[in-house]
Design a protein around this ligand. Structure first.
Ligand SMILES: Nc1ncnc2c1ncn2[C@@H]1O[C@H](COP(=O)(O)OP(=O)(O)O)[C@@H](O)[C@H]1O
Ligand SMILES: [Mg+2]
Length: 590
């Protein structure tokens, strides 16, 4: 192995001299503690190394050893249900409200294995050779690494095996033997290969009405969640992790404060999966690199997380990755780049900030896997722009690569309107694609209702501006009706507390029922106003309050309550319309 000597140290960055050959991006081990690092630049006999661990105590002259391969993590069925640091080393969670850096030994507990191939079979990269069942009782496919293929020379029999023990040997076309375990290493910065990428046509159901109905994201899609401090990014990402309909959740806590992340680490193991009733952790992987952990590892953590997500995708699963927050990742990039002495660009970030963001978001996709299945990785990244300014570099570059933009708004958050997504600043470019899915799932009016709600919210903003000048009462009745209906959409539909037992997540069926009922209410209210009814009269009807409160009062299994409420709406507003028409008739006669 090649060796170099440290010449210069600045935080996580080392310069070293060598007479031997190192490769760019080669993983290295530094000093007697074998600290993990990566070669980030080479110039003649000088190399620059980024170290992923605390470098305190390192001295010039200490040896750096090349490993001969790029920075890689070991992916395997044992990942589910566990917590790791940014380089996928198991995390120790202590009693203190902080996350302690992971120095724990590699994972080695045994998993139950069952072979699904036999001697003589030909296997290609990504093929399944067995099934592994971890402590959670969830069976997973054991995959041949994407870069291996050949004829089965031997295969282990059913039983318990450590994750990294050789279970399968393949002989490739050239006669070389490859030994394969349940887990295999994969370089984090290299996207795992797939057979084909296809545009997604199915939404990722998040359980959040404002997202699913107004700003939907597809399976394989990518969304950004920008928002100032305290606007609800973390709460929203957690709500998505708990409620979205992905098979596997990868939750990345990146550079946030340790005590915040400790909240996630404590809470998640307690949660049950609303879909299966089993512990949610069984289908979750948590990766944490908090602000007190080494900054360079934070830079790598985002790639570790997406590599883990791709690994589960390659098993034919739908995976959702939540990253909190990509701004802290970009800050790590900036800090490390500064120590390299690179020329800073916009906002002090390196010039390659934009292409690194693109590299990350490009790994979201729906794919035909090498193994012949279908899987997806959906990426959702929080952004914490300094002082909530969305024109700063991380937000503006991210905007170029995501299809959905869920802008959290300080004013809405201050009014405790959650989720504080500002419908006027947010967008979803693929929304129309999902109309077919909603139609097949009992809501053929989805697209029309979505348009209607968005138009109301847009008109509301304009009219409120005008009302501030001339007074609300001076607005014509029709415009007052618009404000009345927009208020109903906000209060009854968009407001959804992540802390509410009944409403923290909403199924597509319940969302559709609410959408239809509100749509019908608006139609009838318009007819009533056309027939001469006053808004006060509408607000006085007994059905008005239950309409406003339906999200908190009508739970998942109570569809008949929606039907009953719909009936009172028809009856009560119908009577108003009828009375108006009678008055008109009387006036005509008189
Ligand atoms: N969807 C929500 N439902 C209920 N409360 C929320 C919601 N989003 C945010 N909050 C409230 O706002 C606080 C701050 O949210 P948080 O996610 O920590 O903000 P950020 O991560 O953007 O700094 C939370 O502690 C919670 O009280
Ligand atoms: Mg947060």
């Amino acid at each position: 192995m090649s060796e170099a000597r440290i010449r210069w140290i600045s935080g996580p960055v080392l310069r070293a001299v060598t007479e031997e050959n190192f490769a760019l991006r080669e993983a290295v081990e530094v000093g007697p503690q074998r600290l993990l690092g990566e070669v980030v630049s080479l110039d003649g006999d000088e190399l620059v190394v980024q170290v992923y661990e605390d470098t305190t105590g390192l001295k010039p002259g200490v040896a750096i050893k090349g490993t001969g391969h790029p920075l890689a993590i070991r992916v395997g069925p044992g990942l589910l249900g566990r917590m790791f640091d940014g380089l996928l080393r198991p995390l120790a969670v202590t009693d203190s409200p902080f996350v302690t850096p992971g120095v724990a030994p590699p994972r080695s507990e045994a998993l139950a294995f069952r072979p699904t191939v036999k001697k003589g079979d030909r296997l290609s990269g990504g093929a399944t050779f067995g099934e592994a069942t971890g402590t959670g009782g969830r069976a997973q496919r054991c995959l041949v690494p994407p870069d291996c293929e050949g004829e089965v020379v031997s295969i282990a029999s059913a039983g318990n095996h450590p994750e990294d023990a050789t279970l399968l040997t393949l002989r490739d076309a050239a006669g070389a033997i490859r030994e394969i375990a349940m887990s295999h290493p994969w370089p984090v910065r290299v996207p795992r290969p797939v057979r084909a990428r296809s545009p997604g046509a199915k939404p990722l159901v998040t359980g959040q009405r404002i997202l699913d109905c107004l700003f939907p994201i597809g399976q394989g899609g990518k969304a950004a969640i920008p928002g100032g401090f305290g606007t609800g990014k973390t709460v929203l990402l957690e709500a998505l992790a708990k409620g979205c309909d992905a098979d596997v959740i990868v939750y990345l806590g990146c550079g946030e404060r340790g005590n915040e992340m400790a909240g996630v680490l404590e809470e998640f193991p307690e949660l049950t999966d609303p879909r299966s009733g089993r512990p949610l952790m069984e289908r979750t992987v948590i990766i944490a690199n908090t602000s007190n952990m080494p900054v360079a590892a934070r830079e790598a953590s985002i790639y570790s997380a997406v590599t883990v997500a791709e690994y589960f995708r390659d098993q034919g699963l739908h995976v959702a990755l939540m990253a909190d927050s990509t701004s802290r990742w970009a800050e790590a990039l900036r800090e490390v780049s500064g120590r390299f002495g690179e020329l800073p660009g916009e906002g002090g970030y390196p010039a390659y900030l934009s292409s690194r963001l693109a590299d990350f978001y490009e790994r979201a996709a729906v794919v035909d896997t090498l193994g012949g299945g279908n899987g997806s990785v959906t990426l959702m990244g929080a952004i914490s722009p300094p002082s909530g300014d969305f024109s700063e570099p991380v937000t503006s570059h991210t905007k170029r690569y995501v299809r959905a933009f869920w802008a959290l708004d300080v004013k809405r958050a201050q009014a405790r309107f959650y989720p504080a997504i500002n419908p006027l600043a947010s967008y979803a470019e693929d929304a129309h694609v999902f109309a077919e899915w909603w139609a097949a799932n009992g809501n053929p009016q989805w697209l029309a209702l979505r348009r209607k709600f968005l138009t109301l919210l847009d008109d509301q903003a304009r009219l409120e501006r005008m009302a501030r000048i001339i007074g609300k009462d001076a607005l014509p009745l029709r415009q007052q009706l618009t404000l009345f209906c927009a208020e109903l959409v906000n209060e009854a539909f968009l407001r959804q507390s992540a802390l509410s037992a009944i409403d923290r997540t909403a199924s597509p069926a319940r969302q559709s029922a609410m959408m239809r009922l509100i749509g019908r209410y608006i139609e009838l209210a318009e007819a009533a106003v056309n027939a001469g009814a006053k808004l006060e009269a509408l607000a006085r009807l007994p059905c008005y309050r239950p309409m406003l409160r339906m999200s908190e009062e009508i739970g998942e299994q109570e569809g008949d309550k929606f039907a009953a409420l719909a009936e009172s709406v028809e009856r009560e507003i119908g009577a108003l319309i009828h009375a108006g028409e009678r008055d008109d008739a009387a006036k005509a006669v008189g």
